[in-house]
Design a protein around this ligand. Structure first.
Ligand SMILES: C[S@@+](CC[C@H](N)C(=O)[O-])C[C@H]1O[C@@H](n2cnc3c(N)ncnc32)[C@H](O)[C@@H]1O
Length: 264
């Protein structure tokens, strides 16, 4: 997951949203943001370098290859062949990188959606960076799973292999007040002669339903316990990862939200 602002979700059910997502990733500046997130990028490279026995002589699929960086890492780790699948026009730039680095016999960039492209062979390993905020934002996990179901050999490996979402209730008076204040616009019975007040309740529903991406001090958590959701990328189905987890608040205070964290 990049520490930069998130892209819009890839909503494959709506072509227009999917196009915004695709245009976002087609820009080198957004690929640069991800590449320059050195913790992210070196973590992926180290994970592959520390598991070269898995990669030696293997065929690898990189789902959502972007600049092609993970496909390069796979070859650096001993892969015989890496297929980088990319839906956006950044695929054109990735091909330039492959050629300029003399890797055309080792890396093939396929432009298209992983749900639709055809590979010449099944693969031993799938690599990808599908982790959005709260794991599922961006909806790329669905594509990671689609790649697995379509192209991974039985017993093949996934990098990353699993993830855990932790969630706990928190209280934050300032954030709460700020959110209430946004809805107060509708508490107006005379906006240019129109009574808006009947829409305030719906406005609050919308505002409190918005995710807030940011950092919270652990002191604002209302209980010691965390609900957790473990997701095994080798086996999870699309339906399963949409399921939630329950948590009971045991601390004192009004619940103002759920703080969540993703660990791999
Ligand atoms: C988070 S970026 C990661 C890019 C690169 N793998 C990296 O680690 O720097 C995800 C990439 O996947 C692509 N992508 C998202 N959904 C896809 C799909 N269904 N099929 C192919 N590519 C997809 C996006 O266009 C984007 O370039």
């Amino acid at each position: 997951m990049s520490s930069n602002p998130p892209p819009p979700p890839a909503d494959s059910s709506d072509g227009s949203t999917g196009n915004i997502f695709s245009r976002y990733y087609a820009q080198l500046s957004h690929q640069q943001n991800m590449l320059q997130d050195y913790i992210r990028t070196t973590t992926y490279q180290n994970a592959m370098f520390e598991n070269t026995t898995d990669f030696e002589g293997s065929a690898v699929l990189d789902v959502g290859t972007g600049s092609g960086v993970l496909a390069f890492f796979a070859v650096q780790s001993g892969a015989r062949k890496a297929y980088g699948v990319e839906m956006s026009d950044i695929a054109i730039q990735a091909r330039k990188l492959v050629k300029a680095n003399g890797m055309e016999d080792k890396i093939t960039i396929l432009k298209g959606k992983i749900e639709e492209v055809e590979l010449p062979e099944k693969v031993d390993i799938i690599v990808s960076e599908p982790l959005g905020f709260l794991l599922v934002h961006e909806r790329m996990l669905e594509s990671y799973i689609a790649g697995r179901d379509r192209w991974l050999k039985p017993g093949g490996k996934m990098f990353p292999s699993n993830s855990t979402i932790f969630t706990a209730p928190f209280t934050d008076q300032a954030l709460y007040d700020e959110t209430v204040a946004r809805g107060e616009f509708w508490d107006n019975d005379s906006f240019m002669g129109i009574d808006f007040s009947c829409l305030q309740e719906q406005s609050n529903v919308e505002n409190f339903g918005q995710p807030v991406v940011g950092y919270f001090h652990p002191d604002i958590l209302l209980c010691e316990d965390r609900a957790s959701k473990f997701v095994d990328f080798h086996t999870v189905t699309k339906e399963e990862y949409n399921e939630g987890s329950a948590v009971d608040a045991q601390g004192q205070g009004h619940v103002k939200g759920n703080a969540t964290q993703v660990a791999e």
